[in-house]
Design a protein around this ligand. Structure first.
Ligand SMILES: Cc1ncc(COP(=O)(O)O)c(C=O)c1O
Length: 403
């Protein structure tokens, strides 16, 4: 790695245009903290919070009218907006509270798995793997976990390793579009095509995809897809989607059987019991808010800032990878920095480093232990500035006793 931290400071000034500082004020995030982990739970802009509060207030003026008479139409309208954002026909799309529910819904619909296999990778989100383990144990299936090299040499290798796990027994492959522990972007369109050629059904876990990358679910043509609006679209928490290809719709029903359970997908998902449906209803406001900032500008900003942050922190720690991880197709708004040897090598150590960074540096970032080595996952969202990563790159070596 050539250059010094000062060189990075020059780069950062070029990146940081004047109007982004006004954008930051649209979030209610504590300004004394560097929030560089948008990926875990998102963050809701103030105008979107206001819209959700407005919706809640309106419901409280007459809960009977709202929940019993107007909700169905309002939800249908919101569903239309959300489906169109994902490039999906509305008949293929249902709102659900989160991607975890989406994955569990599809797994629950699988028939007897005796003699069959469910395939995923070692970068599959932990809770998704647990859900797949549970369904395999209950239905007599075998779970196959393919290891993905870290770092990877690129999309071709990713395609090869995932498809190498397929056998004639594979019933379902669960593939990430953007992996949680690494931020790695999988070549999802080619992956779906190649997996289909080999036989299994494909469930795309797109938890991080809406907002971070362009989507056209009808064209992607996986068997099933789930993803969150409450991450990179900045919708209120509890807003996600489940897309189901037409030929499977008759087999998919909600995990919780309620009034419309005997109707076809997606009608069967329209009332899942008394609940707060405002996260779904406020999702169009979140999409409109982000659209007003401009998706292209948002993505260009987040991509460059995530890369800059990775370089600043990696440079400060002296752990920049030798492989070229900056290849365009591999990362967007989430990147990964390797921690020095011996740091955060277990989940407990990673958790205590997270708390220490919050307490000592006022930085919210995500250290994680991966195959016996520690990493730091960094996110860049429009409310971030290079100063957030600078604080981390100056403070972390000191905190680890290496600066
Ligand atoms: C790849 C992936 N899948 C699924 C999930 C679960 O999302 P949720 O907690 O919204 O259900 C996450 C959460 O970060 C994730 O990163």
């Amino acid at each position: 790695m050539k250059g010094t931290l000062e060189d990075k400071t020059i780069q950062k000034n070029e990146l940081w245009g004047t109007d982004w500082s006004q954008v930051r004020a649209l979030w209610s995030l504590d300004s004394s903290v560097a929030h560089v982990n948008h990926g875990s739970f998102g963050a809701v802009p103030i105008p979107v919070q206001a819209e959700q509060e407005r919706l809640r207030r309106e419901i409280e003026t007459n809960p009977m009218k709202s929940l019993s008479r107007t909700l169905a139409r309002e939800l249908d309208e919101a569903r239309g907006v959300a489906a169109s954002f994902l490039g999906a026909e509305v008949q293929g799309f249902a709102f659900i509270p989160n991607a975890t529910t989406g994955v569990n819904t599809i797994l629950a619909s699988l028939p007897d798995l005796r003699g069959g296999e469910v395939l995923l990778t070692d970068q599959t989100y932990g809770a998704v793997k647990l859900a797949a383990e549970r369904i395999c144990a209950a239905r007599g299936g075998r779970l196959i976990v393919v290891p993905v090299p870290l770092p990877t040499s690129g999309p071709r290798e990713l395609l090869e390793v995932v498809t190498s796990g397929v056998t004639e027994r594979t019933r379902l492959a669960i593939v990430d579009h953007i992996a949680s522990p690494t931020g790695l972007i999988f070549p999802i369109s080619d992956l779906v095509t190649q997996l289909h050629e080999l036989g299994p059904m494909v469930l795309v876990d797109g938890a991080h995809a809406p907002g971070m990358v362009d989507l056209h679910l009808d064209r992607l043509n996986a068997d099933f897809w789930t993803g969150n609006f409450h991450k990179w679209c900045c919708a209120p928490r509890g807003s996600a989607g489940l897309w189901v290809r037409e030929d499977h719709r008759k087999n998919i029903s909600p995990l919780v059987a309620s009034w419309y359970v005997n109707e076809q997908y997606p009608s069967s998902f329209r009332w899942l019991g008394t609940n707060d449906y405002t996260p779904f209803l406020a999702t169009p406001a979140a999409l409109k808010f982000m659209e007003a900032l401009g998706w292209d500008r948002i993505r260009a900003h987040n991509r460059s800032l995530a890369r800059l942050g990775r370089e600043m922190v990696g440079f400060a720690l002296g752990t920049l990878p030798t492989t070229d991880w900056t290849q365009d197709s591999l990362f967007e708004a989430m990147t990964l920095v390797r921690l020095p040897n011996g740091v955060a090598t277990t989940d407990d150590e990673a958790r205590s480093l997270q708390a220490m960074m919050a307490k000592e540096l006022s930085v919210e970032a995500l250290p994680l232990a991966w195959n016996g080595h520690g990493y730091l996952r960094l996110s860049a969202q429009v409310y971030n500035s290079p100063a957030d990563f600078e604080r981390l790159s100056r403070g972390l070596p000191r905190l680890l006793g290496k600066g």
